[in-house]
Every structure is written in structure tokens, then in C-alpha cells.
Write a protein that binds this ligand. Structure first.
Ligand SMILES: Cc1cc2nc3c(=O)[nH]c(=O)nc-3n(C[C@H](O)[C@H](O)[C@H](O)COP(=O)(O)OP(=O)(O)OC[C@H]3O[C@@H](n4cnc5c(N)ncnc54)[C@H](O)[C@@H]3O)c2cc1C
Length: 323
């Protein structure tokens, strides 16, 4: 076995961009193993997601479509993913909420070793090795997996998304595998998605992030700046915990990991747990009134100032420049 299977993430008939990062990994892993990669698209009413997957350079797109998979529940998806994955050397997905939930279950079903949230693929002695950030990114571990099938999830920000090409892969439909009697009793109740006109936090080119210091003015101060920059809004955990913004905005070790071209940290101290989620950003700008705040150690540009004065000023200046 030398082939790689990408478990795609689809929603509302579209492929989620997270899938493109797993494809980048799959290309490299398949090349190292001398095999090819296929993409499994699983769910219901997959619509254009299959065609999108077919344009990503895979040898084959495997389609598992069934009404019972309408709403994502790991226990219902895992048996089919494991059955398809059996024939592959590596099963990979992105370490999104979907991948982190589904892939360990798939690994357990396959009796496979699992390496989660990997940031780099290394080839050692013809074998795949996986670099994994640990201790909030302060150390790295190198893992190798001795089982016949290996299951991994990749950190989206560490693998540049694959671009679609002109070739179209062949598609193959597979029957779904019913969950066990116990798992079948799990019922989907609801999915409360926070809808936003802004780009997704993990995919945005620019992120404007705020900390506890913004208090109740969090949205009032950050939204105009984010809108002007076409940015996503992020937050420290302290800001989320205080209720100044939704928890879906949290960046960091226990939040989302982002690596945008520009990350503007406003009133964020720069605790290691926050840095773990954003320090790979290409350019980091920090605004903080404390010149000794740790955020300045990772910032490319720093402004020691009161955010309540500087942020509205910045908005006025950008508006004027754009007029
Ligand atoms: C297991 C664990 C996991 C964690 N996971 C995360 C995580 O995923 N993400 C995360 O962010 N944190 C996480 N934390 C929490 C983390 O340790 C910090 O407590 C948190 O990041 C602090 O948030 P903050 O910088 O907004 O708040 P604070 O530490 O209170 O810092 C506020 C900053 O604002 C500045 N400031 C105050 N007023 C102004 C002003 N008027 N103008 C300009 N600057 C001002 C201050 O100088 C200060 O630097 C985790 C902690 C633990 C223990």
C-alpha cells in the first residue's frame, strides 16, 4: 500500500477550503511513497463538492452520499471512512473541528496509529515522519506510525492550499457502512452556526484580533477596522471568556490556529497560549499600552499606545486614504 486518502470536508454542496490543505499534504506523501492520492467526499446532497474535489489532481474521487449523512455526526461518518480507508497507506484530513472529531474515531476503527495536528511532513529513510507542535508550540515532536494504515490530521495554516487544475479525476460511488446499533441511536439535534459576512478566521488574509482590554467596546472598535481591511475578527481567550465576543473568535492553543498575511493584535498581552495560534502569521502588528507586553517579542511592528485612541484614529486615516 502506497496510496493516500484525503477525507474531504463538504458543507452545503461545496468543498470546504480546509480540504485543500490536506490535499497538499497528500501530494507530498503520495510522491514520497511512490503512490497516488484519492479524495473521499462524504455526506448528503454533495452537489458541486464532488466536481470541486475532482479538479484537485487526485487519481480518483470516491463518493459516499446518503440521506443518513445529511447532518454531520462522527459516529455515522466514521464506519464508512474507515471502510474506504482500509485500502490506503495514509488517511489524512485537516485538523479542523470536523477532522479533529472524526479522524481519531477512524483511526480507532482501523486499529491505526494517529498523529494529530501535524505541521510538517518529513521523509526519513523512505518512511513518513510527522512534525507536531507541542506545549503551545514551544516544542516539536517527531512521530512515525508503525501500523499498516496511518491516520493523520494536518494543521491548515502549515500547508498551503492546493489549487484546482484542468484535469478531472474519475469518480467512484461507494455504499455507506451503517453505524453500530449503539452509534445509530445518536441523534443529530442542531447545528448553531454563527453566520458572518466576513472571511472565515482560518482562511482570512488579514485578521484583526482584540483582547480583554477592549471590554464592551470590542465590536464597536474592531468591526469598522475589520470591514475596512476586509479582515476576519479574532480574539484572545480572555476576551471570549469575559463575553465581549463569541467564543468562535478565539485564537490560540485552545482556539483556532491562523497564519494570515497580516495579524493585528489589539490589547492582547501575548500569552504563550495565544501566540500558539498566531505566531506563524507573516506580518504581526501589535498595539498595546504596556511596552513590556510579550506580544512585542513576536511583533514585526509595535505601537505602544492606548487602543481607545489609536483604533478610531486608524479607522479615520484608512477611510480618508481610501476616499
Ligand atoms: C490551558 C490554557 C489554554 C489557553 N488557551 C488560550 C487560547 O487558545 N487563546 C488565548 O488567547 N488565551 C488562552 N489562554 C489564556 C492565556 O493564558 C491568557 O490569559 C490570555 O491570552 C490573555 O488574554 P488578553 O491578552 O486579552 O488579556 P490580558 O492578559 O488581560 O492582557 C490585556 C492586555 O491589554 C493591554 N491593555 C490594557 N488596556 C489597554 C489599552 N487601553 N490600550 C492598549 N493596550 C491595553 C494590557 O497591557 C495587556 O497586555 C489559555 C490558558 C490556559 C491555561
Amino acid at each position: 500500500m502506497a496510496d493516500v486518502l484525503v477525507v474531504a470536508e463538504a458543507a452545503e454542496g461545496k468543498l470546504k477550503k480546509t480540504t485543500h490543505s490536506a490535499v497538499t499534504f497528500a501530494k507530498a506523501a503520495a510522491a514520497a511513497l511512490g503512490g497516488s492520492y484519492s479524495i473521499l467526499v462524504i455526506g448528503d446532497a454533495l452537489g458541486g463538492a464532488v466536481a470541486e474535489a475532482a479538479a484537485l489532481g487526485a487519481a480518483k474521487v470516491i463518493v459516499a452520499e446518503d440521506a443518513s449523512l445529511k447532518d454531520y455526526v462522527a459516529e455515522r461518518y466514521a464506519p464508512t471512512v474507515a471502510a474506504v480507508g482500509k485500502g490506503f497507506a495514509v488517511v489524512v484530513g485537516t485538523a479542523s473541528a470536523f477532522g479533529k472529531d472524526l479522524l481519531p474515531r477512524v483511526a480507532a476503527k482501523l486499529g491505526a496509529g494517529y498523529a494529530g495536528d501535524i505541521s510538517e511532513l518529513l521523509i526519513g529513510g523512505g518512511k513518513l515522519q510527522y512534525k507536531r507542535p507541542m506545549y503551545a508550540g514551544n516544542a516539536y515532536g517527531i512521530a512515525s506510525i508503525p501500523t499498516a494504515v496511518q491516520v493523520v490530521s494536518v494543521r491548515q495554516s502549515a500547508f498551503a492550499p492546493s489549487e484546482p487544475g484542468d484535469a478531472t479525476a474519475a469518480t467512484e460511488k461507494v455504499a455507506i457502512v451503517a453505524p453500530s446499533a449503539g452509534a445509530a441511536r445518536i441523534e443529530f439535534v442542531s447545528f448553531n452556526q454563527v453566520k458572518s459576512e466576513r472571511p472565515e478566521l482560518t482562511e482570512a488574509r488579514v485578521v484583526v484580533a482584540g483582547g480583554r482590554a477592549l471590554k464592551e467596546s470590542f465590536g464597536k472598535l474592531l468591526d469598522p477596522l475589520a470591514d475596512l481591511l476586509g479582515a476576519a475578527v479574532g480574539a484572545s481567550r480572555a476576551a471570549c471568556d469575559a463575553g465581549y465576543c463569541g467564543s468562535e473568535l478565539q485564537v490560540g492553543q485552545t482556539g483556532k490556529v491562523v497564519a494570515p498575511s497580516l495579524y493585528i493584535a489589539i490589547g492582547i498581552s501575548g500569552a504563550i497560549q495565544h501566540l500558539a495560534g498566531m505566531k506563524s502569521s507573516k506580518v504581526i502588528v501589535a498595539i498595546n499600552k504596556d511596552a513590556d507586553a510579550p506580544i512585542f517579542q513576536v511583533a514585526d511592528y509595535g505601537l505602544v499606545a492606548d487602543l481607545f485612541q489609536v483604533v478610531p484614529d486608524l479607522v479615520t486615516q484608512i477611510r480618508a486614504a481610501k476616499a
